[in-house]
Structure formats: C-alpha cells, structure tokens
Design a protein around this ligand. Sequence first.
Ligand code: UDP
Length: 247
Amino acid sequence: MQTTFPTVTVLGIPFVKTTATALLSELQRRITQQQNTFVVTANPEIVMYAHDHSAYHDLVLGADFITPDGVGILDGAKILKQPLPERITGFDTLQALLAWGSTHHRSAYFLGAKPEVIAQLKPILARDYPGLVIAGIHDGYFQDEAPIVADIQEKQPDMVFTALGFPKQEQFIHQYRHVTKGLWMGVGGSFDVLAGAVIRAPKFWQEHHLEWFYRTVKEPKRLKRIAVIPHYLHLVRQQAKRMPPRG
Ligand code: UDP
C-alpha cells in the first residue's frame, strides 16, 4: 500500500493513522491531480474476511488507503498500543466527497444497491448535491458488468462509488480501477442510507460508539457482523502478545 500517512497494522491490514479531515484533503488533492486512487473502509468483519481469504487480503493491500471503519478497529489498535485517532467511515467519507464534488462541480458514478433504491437516490442526489455531475448511476444487480465498465470508462468520472457490499465491491474496484484516472471507493450499504431506505443511528448512538447496536436492533440480519467481534479481538490480543515491547 502506498500512502502518505503512517499506518497501524491490525491482523495484517495496515490502517491509515490520520484524521478524517486530513484524509479528505489528501483524497481531494489526488482527485484534482487525476491520480488513480483506491480507498477501502474496513470494519472488523472485513478484516476477518481478509484474514480467512488470502486473495481478498491481497487485493485489499493493493488499496492506496485503508481506513478504520468501525469502533472495533479502534479497539484493536488500542490493544496493540498504537491507537488510531478516530473512525473514518465509508458513509462519512462518501458524504464529504459528494459535498466537495458539489461545490467544485466534480463528477461521480454510482454503482450498487437495488433498482428501487437507485430510483429514490437520483432525485436526492440532485437535491442535496446540486453542483455534482452525476456521470452515471446503476443498480448493483447486473448480470454482465462489461457494459457498465465500458460506460465508466467512457464517462471518466472523478469518483466511482461501488455499493455492492464486500467482498464484491473491492473485487470490482481491483479489477477495473484503471479504466479511469479517478478515485474508487466501496461504500457498502451507503446508497440505502442516502436514499432513506435505511436510517442511520441518531447522533447519540454514533457519539457513544453504539451505532452497531442501534443498527443491529433495527436490522437483526446484521447480527452475524457483530458475531465476529469476539474472535477478532481474541486474534488481535494474540497479535499484541507476539509483538516486541515498543520503546
Ligand atoms: N448489493 C448490490 N449487489 C449485490 C449485493 C448487494 O448492489 O449483488 C448492495 C445491497 O443492495 C446494499 C449493499 O450492496 O445496498 C450492501 O449493503 P450492506 O448493508 O450489506 O453493507 P455494509 O454497509 O454493511 O457494508
């Protein structure tokens, strides 16, 4: 991974040790200079998936920036005695890039989510980000990706957001990121949240690091996500034991 930031490696995944604001300005700088960029926002579930799937692990390491998306990653870094300053979530980064894109008339391509979510998303993007150029917008339930990739290549958007869930979204980016000179980022269920199909936890829950709890109660299918946390923390503690004392 090439990055301008120091990193903290949690179970083989090097996370950028920086703030959301500093990362954002670096991403904006790279977009402005047409530097091809791959951002992965990783939570413990992604870390565990990468731990168990070496091909996915390798392609995640090909990202330019891997951000700590989830309090579990901050906890892991703390256990390793190399604390990270803050969470940098996919959703917040997406929103910040869209706001910046709207102000600077940048273009974005949206790929993912269900067709009905995409239908809702279009007018919301036009309303909330009036200066943003929507280069393309396509649902994530396609049979053939070739026409979509050709469309992205033709439109040359500054930013491509894939909301296909992991590992699909990162696999797609790994395979096709070089068809444009812009930024590519997997954003999970963010289009559902933007379109209002899924409600994000109120500020109170976010600020108390309890968004995972709120969302699990609202969507019990998410339980399998938090089920990985105990095993994840166990493996991080083992990593901490193997590390020489820092000094
Ligand atoms: N999705 C998709 N194509 C697929 C599978 C999933 O577009 O083949 C979308 C799905 O509709 C949802 C997103 O990918 O919008 C995944 O959301 P999830 O809540 O699983 O991701 P998270 O935010 O937790 O990473």
